[in-house]
Design a protein around this ligand. Structure first.
Ligand code: CTP
Ligand code: CA
Length: 226
């Protein structure tokens, strides 16, 4: 049975969103991270819930309030985010990976605070798991949506990631645009799909843009009711 009004097109569907940065511990008082504030991801989760979805938000450490009607799972590291996302994956209809996952983590976490006299001038790093790539490899019915924040050739890099991670959509933005990127209230993005959609949107508040993007995804994926 379909409950598929125009107002709540995601009723009965589960949407999983990741947001924010990850933190990769160096020692008990230090970490490696990035400038993500989680605003775009939280907006995507809020928009999904407002469109009727059962929404799960897997969030790195951010200073944002819990969106209404959304189940939040707090995580810290890329490894924790990987475990949380995989545990929510099987029955998800749409997975939106807004999180800025650290690409590297310290190989070993120092059990004690590193003292400056210890001569530890080099921290050995190792790659984190690529969560989205893993989801792409294990994709069944899910619609996979990635994000890419770039500083040059955003659409070109986005197309490469769409393909290499087996995504259905990727939302790319150029973080050097003064209206876009980390910490801003607005964003300027291009929505790319594996079917060749290449749609640039005008500058918009992230909250409004989130709804526009989800509706565009639903419009292109009319098979969502299957
Ligand atoms: N991503 C992920 N796990 C990682 C790294 C990235 O799930 N370990 C996801 C992000 O959440 C995002 C997408 O992959 O949705 C693209 O992230 P991005 O950092 O742009 O791509 P990378 O493949 O890490 O490539 P690079 O940083 O070298 O540009
Ligand atoms: Ca990366």
């Amino acid at each position: 049975e379909k409950f598929n009004s125009n107002d709540l097109p995601l009723l009965g569907k589960k949407v999983v969103v990741t947001a924010g940065p990850t933190r990769e511990r160096i020692d008990p008082v230090r970490y490696i991270s990035n400038f993500s504030t989680g605003k775009m991801g939280y907006s995507m989760a809020e928009a999904a819930a407002a469109l009727g979805a059962e929404t799960v938000l897997i969030s790195g450490p951010v200073g944002l309030g819990k969106p209404v009607g959304v189940k939040v799972i707090d995580v810290e590291s890329a490894e924790e985010m990987f475990e949380a996302v995989l545990s929510e994956y099987d029955d998800a209809t749409i997975v939106v990976k807004s999180a800025a996952v650290a690409d590297y983590r310290p190989k070993d976490i120092h059990p004690q605070k590193i003292k400056k006299g210890e001569g530890e001038s080099i921290i050995e790093l190792t790659r984190t798991k690529d969560i989205l790539k893993t989801l792409g490899e294990r994709k069944a019915h899910q619609i996979l949506v990635g994000f890419a924040a770039e500083t040059e050739n955003a659409v070109g890099h986005g197309m490469g990631k769409l393909d290499s991670k087996n995504l259905d959509f990727i939302i790319v933005n150029d973080v050097t645009d003064p209206d876009a990127g980390f910490g801003k209230e607005t964003n300027v993005v291009t929505l790319l799909s594996k079917n060749g959609l290449n749609q640039l949107y005008p500058v918009m508040p992230k909250k409004e843009l989130a709804t526009v993007l989800l509706k565009a995804i639903l419009q292109e994926r009319t098979d969502i009711d299957d």
